[in-house]
Design a protein around this ligand. Structure first.
Ligand code: FES
Ligand code: FES
Length: 166
């Protein structure tokens, strides 16, 4: 059962977007968020739902290549746009960044990690050699209730070094 089961068809909006590199159409009520559309209609649970008000970063995805909180974007606003979730980043297996999260022991309960990974990937794509302050700033919108920040920063630093060596 999805959240749309109680909604008659003519109340649904059809949204066509490029999702993780493939054309995809989902049908959602106009008030539903991109986060809802991804998790409940597109079947992509990697993007986490937590505060639902833009405070925690658990729902971070790339929208046209830019990191956004998907709980603050209406699904209909993604019409014609490109969305990449954590599943899309790791379509070919764990990325180097995800491997470094594991190597650094940065994953505790894991709930915040998809959002952390997407935000860190966005940082590294735009600033391949960030210093610690830049990493902390870039991830400042991603809260970790397990408080594993030092290891998360270390994972991003290790990824930057690894990519620079390639
Ligand atoms: S669930 Fe979107 S920022 Fe918290
Ligand atoms: S690892 Fe548990 S919230 Fe971050």
């Amino acid at each position: 059962m999805t959240t749309n089961d109680h909604v008659v068809d003519d109340e649904l909006q059809t949204v066509t977007l490029t999702l993780n590199g493939k054309a995809r159409t989902v049908a959602v009520p106009a008030h539903r968020t991109l986060l809802d559309g991804l998790r409940e209609e597109a079947g992509l649970p990697g993007t986490k739902s937590c505060c639902a008000e833009g405070e925690c970063g658990a729902c971070t995805v790339l929208l046209d290549g830019k990191a956004v909180n998907s709980c603050l974007v209406l699904c209909v606003e993604a019409e014609g746009h490109e969305v990449t979730t954590v599943e899309g980043l790791s379509a070919d297996g764990l990325t180097d960044l995800q491997e470094e999260f594991l190597n650094a022991g940065a994953v505790q309960c894991g709930f915040c990690i998809p959002g952390q990974v997407v935000s860190a990937e966005y940082l590294l794509r735009n600033n391949p050699s960030p210093d610690e302050a830049e990493i902390r700033e870039a991830l400042s919108g991603n809260l970790c209730r397990c408080a594993g920040y030092q290891r998360i920063v270390a994972a991003v630093q290790a990824t930057a070094v690894r990519r620079a060596a390639q």
